[in-house]
Design a protein around this ligand. Structure first.
Ligand code: PEP
Ligand code: MN
Length: 354
């Protein structure tokens, strides 16, 4: 997929971040127009509004549907902004394209479903419209790449990914856990693909829009898609995470954009140091696994079970506490120790099976 093209829109500053802003949902013609006018006054050039809203449970506001297309056409006419909406079925694609919608995005619930993605891809065949694919709700990079591939296979070349966070069983500060390692790996796998961040759906609260946008910029993301509403407190969907157009203008103007151009000498030195430390880490792991296999051999000869839960619990707790004392994160250390332990168990099982 190295023929993916950046989303360049005539009249829109191509420098990052490219910002798509607008309400979660188009609710009324007045709310849509008021929000768009205020965003245009802040200098925003691409307007978003959901017409078809996939809701987790029935009974919520499910969007105004195609009835909102004339409202978006009015936004285009009166403000000169480009307009974007979410599509989830072939009917949505047809209605959006007939209505002159400039950009389409696919939501997280839809991206998780290969049948829905294929239906959309088939409806997009031969169309030259920019398409943004949000990550599926579950942290499954292959499913996300598969969704993007289906759209690419249909001939769409102006493609981008949107990172909107992932459902997690762990309670956290966020509505959807950012798991930054996943979009970073996506970038490694598909370097030509632009990546947008959706701080609104990651954070779920308006206070988190600014810090998440800054984090996305620091990680080199290309753009942002952010929910903004003329009167967020009375929004019909996602009200806690929407900001006013004026607040969004302020947030975006205050972002620090660090450009990753030339690598300085000191950075080269520091990277060499990291490489040396990684060599040591690998060497230590190899030695640890060797000892672990010897323990496996002993357990085999003495008919002992591999898993000794109490010892494992102690080890995890001790190392997690030690990590905190050394200024590292407890959860990080637990994850590292769990991964090492899992591999030790796998190697011991092989010995017992021999
Ligand atoms: C949205 O953009 O309003 C939306 C429904 O987002 P997501 O698909 O990321 O939940
Ligand atoms: Mn929303």
């Amino acid at each position: 997929m190295n023929d993916i093209q950046p989303i360049v829109l005539p009249g829109v500053d191509p420098r990052r971040p490219l910002v798509i802003a607008g309400p979660c949902s188009a609710e009324t013609e007045e709310q849509t127009l008021n929000t768009a006018r205020a965003l245009a006054a802040e200098g925003f050039r691409i307007f978003r509004a959901g017409l078809w809203k996939p809701r987790t449970k029935p009974g919520g506001f499910e969007g105004v549907g195609a009835a909102g297309i004339p409202w978006l056409q009015r936004v285009k006419r009166e403000t000169g902004m480009y307009v974007a909406t979410e599509i989830a079925t072939r009917e949505h694609v047809a209605a959006a394209l007939d209505g002159g919608i400039d950009l389409l995005w696919i939501g997280a619930r839809t991206a998780a479903n290969p049948f829905a993605m294929q239906e959309i891809a088939d409806a997009l065949r031969g169309q030259d419209v920019p398409v943004l694919v949000k990550n599926p709700v579950s942290p499954d990079l292959e499913l996300w790449i598969g969704a993007i591939e289906r759209i690419h296979n249909a001939g769409v070349r102006r493609l981008a990914a949107v990172h909107r966070g992932f459902t997690s069983i762990d309670r956290s500060l966020y509505r959807n856990h950012p798991m930054w390692a996943i979009p970073i790996e996506l970038h490694r796998r598909l370097p030509a693909l632009p990546i947008f961040c959706d701080p609104s759906h990651i954070g779920g609260k308006r206070e988190l829009v600014a810090p998440l946008s800054q984090q996305a910029m620091d990680l080199g993301f290309d753009g942002l898609i952010v929910e903004a509403h003329c009167t967020p407190d009375v929004a019909w969907s996602d009200k806690a995470q929407q900001v006013t157009p004026e607040a969004l203008g302020y947030i975006i103007r205050n972002l620090v954009i660090r450009e990753q151009t030339t690598t300085t000498e000191s950075l080269t030195e520091l990277r060499k140091e990291i490489d040396r430390l990684d060599d040591e880490l690998l060497d230590l792991l190899v030695r640890r696994m060797r000892v672990s296999r010897e323990i496996g051999q002993y357990k085999k000869e003495h008919d002992m079970p591999i898993l000794q839960t109490q010892r494992y619990d102690e080890l995890l707790a001790r190392r997690a506490a030690q990590a905190v004392e050394l200024g590292m994160d407890r959860e990080f250390m637990r994850t590292v120790m769990q991964a090492i332990h899992e591999e030790s168990v796998r190697q011991q099982m092989r010995i017992l099976g021999d």
